[in-house]
Design a protein around this ligand. Sequence first.
Ligand code: HEM
Ligand code: HEM
Length: 132
Amino acid sequence: MDRTRFFVRVAALYALLGAYIGSHMAGAGGYELKTVHAHILVVGWLSLFSFGIFYKVFNIPKNSKLSLVHVWTSFIGSLGLTTGMWLYYVQPIEGMETFSMIFFIVGGSIMLLAFFTFALLVFTKGEWITED
Ligand code: HEM
Ligand code: HEM
């Protein structure tokens, strides 16, 4: 898998969705989607795009297991976090409060794991992260 292409493409979809939700909020004048909008953009668009550029700039080995964990926790975590936020803050389906909260916590935790894996990656693969 091309990590840069994967992240940049997924980020582009988040950017589109986030900007659409922002426009909808501005137009409708309702702000219940504000947190979802903010995280779709700062996590889905900005963070995933940064990860895509990271793999382009630094030649992290393709067979790195840590990198594989980073890619998939980022993808699943960003989806889980933003979907969980939507379920939790908007409560689109009645009677699903507990499920929504657990979804939000699990999604957020997976995203946290993605950032943790990223930190671990940059500190353990230091030889690849250089200006030379
Ligand atoms: C089509 C483009 C966009 C529109 C129409 C839009 C619209 C909005 C609106 C209406 C709000 C709520 C403001 C309020 O609470 O009074 C908001 C909040 C926010 N937007 Fe956007 N937005 C857009 C793009 C972006 C982008 C590209 C980013 C980041 C990369 C972003 C990040 C945020 C954040 C972080 C908040 C929450 C701010 C806070 O909590 O005070 N937005 N946006
Ligand atoms: C593990 C990942 C994350 C979790 C679980 C998380 C969770 C949260 C929560 C619970 C709030 C409060 C929302 C509210 O009550 O309105 C919040 C707000 C916010 N977070 Fe995050 N966040 C995460 C990652 C990030 C990242 C990576 C950024 C920036 C790059 C970010 C930027 C913001 C901003 C700007 C706000 C204020 C937006 C608002 O007013 O709704 N978050 N976040």
